[in-house]
Design a protein around this ligand. Sequence first.
Ligand code: WT7
Length: 656
Amino acid sequence: MSNSLEINQVDELYFPNIIPDEELVIQQNNYENIVNQFKNNNLETWKKLALENLIWEKPFTRVLDDSNAPFYKWFDDGELSISYNCIDKHLKHNSNKVAFISVDNEGLSTEINYKELHSKVCQLANGLLSLGLKKGDRAIIYLSHSVETIIAMHACIRIGVIHSVVFAGFSAQALSDRIKDIDSSVIITANGQKRGDKTIITKNIVDEALAILNNEHNNKKVIVLNKIEIQINMNKFIDIWWHDLTMNMDNRIEPIVTESEHPLFVLYTSGSTGKPKGVVHSSAGYLLGVIHSLKLAFAVKDDDIFWCTADTGWITGHSYSCYGPLSLGITQVIYEGIPTYPNHSIYWDIIQKYKVTVIYTAPTVVRLHIKLDSQLPRNYDLSSLRLIAICGEPINPDAWKWLYSVVGNNCCSVLDTWWQTETGSVIITPISNVTKLKAGSCTFAIPGIDIGVINDYGELLNNQTKGYLVIKNPFPSQIRNIWQDSSRFLKTYFIKQSTGEFYYLTGDSSIIDKDGYCWIVGRTDDVLNVSAHRLGSVEIESVVAIHSNVAECAIVGVPDEIKGQAIFLFVVCKENILDTNQENQNIMKNEIIQLVAKKIGPIAKPDYIKFCENLPKTRSGKIVRRLLKDIACGVEINQDISTLEDQSVISILRNN
Ligand code: WT7
């Protein structure tokens, strides 16, 4: 990796929120206190936070067990119920408080309070028990982003069932891969869903996924939510309506108490091989990390109206919709639709109407709004907002400044939060009202976490040098394992230092500037970030390779105004297609696109396809993606090409 400082450093500092002085002083003191406590004794501070923020059924005596590092265990002899910590604990004083204002695809809203949420979760949990599910069993949830998904997630964990939510945009093949890998006993889904002006018959996708599994799905049950008016087939041996299952069920059930390390959920994410990784999260440590970030960085208040726009199919929807805000007993908005339907102002309508105080979204959504109508927010009263947070991909300083000035009216903190599916909660972030901001930087590691930048040899680098971003110490919300694949877990994520410490490898490159501010440059592995969704290039390539006329192929990411990265595919055909007519080439392009949509999902469709005779390879036969990237971007190639087997490939590719 090159050592040069390539970031667009902006020295301008932005001052956060204009809030009363007393409040500011309290927040700043609180921050300094916690920084000092962690500095003095990291584990003692996590212990204190775990006792303050979680309700324990059986208190723990050990904070961190690192005897089998990096398979860390946190608070492992303690016991608690995550369901109790998110729902039941609010019933005594806040049962009538609204938990969710849910806004559907058409913009219509309904409310559900904590008591009603509790009843619905219990009824479904009892339903799952009646189907024979028990602690440690797995359930796949294949639903759109809605309160029902949250209810399904909590119903699972209430009885110790490990959930795995699959983003409803994934195809039948991707769904069946996950059902198979996790060997789930049930699939919780809906008959269909509306997304913008499209209707998706979700149940048919589930049927198809099970058909792919053939006989391997014996005894699996499918619970179907009657979400929209649509006719579907119900197989009386497999399928059961959610309303039938829960109709006569008791609306109370004691939440199960589990050990701290009981897996709460598994969430699949893309890596650098063709097979997605099932990221396993714990119970206590995970929830603690999320609460810590919400209390400290977001400075969450009881009367906040918190809107996280991320789908529950991704980690942000887990941590900052399903678990964190509920455990703090606040009111959330959950919006099922898309930013452009029924019209372009739906986001601003929602903020104005429900007086949203915190919005947590992604740079891709921000760029889309800027493109749709950058002045539109000015027509709305967005004065309820006190905090704007983003995550998922780098944000360019201009988009950041637009958020700060046009949406935030120069008086909201903008939190550019860096984290990953694997970290479970926010890791690098400004602290609301405290951190002086630089447009486009995610600033500093949250107290309790120590980050660094290393080179190819694992050595720590000084500031202002680009390298691999690592997390130097263990932390409660970190990934515990990859489902059924401990060796991949070790290989992918950890590098052992001569001191014996394990550094966690994030897969990102970054630079820490002269003032200590962290700037994320991008992924260092073959992972793309398309509209803040992680996609493995190898994962897509292995699907393209199925096409009967594909000899080999390679995927690279190229910059895209809205999506952050677009997918650029190079294909070498078995039967030369370059000499044939355009129509032939278009047919093949279309076949490839349909194949990817079918095997992974529409989000992974290539944006550009280029047919070529050869790909640049090293002498050992490895495709050199960094060169393809320059070609795809149409930029000058200044990189070393001496290691290529055949250097003429480059000029041929460029001339086409
Ligand atoms: C990857 C993780 C953030 C949780 C949702 C995505 C990129 C994430 C930022 C940021 C620049 C970011 C990284 C990371 N990323 N946040 N603030 N600035 N890049 O979780 O799907 O696991 O993706 O998203 O490359 O490794 P994920």
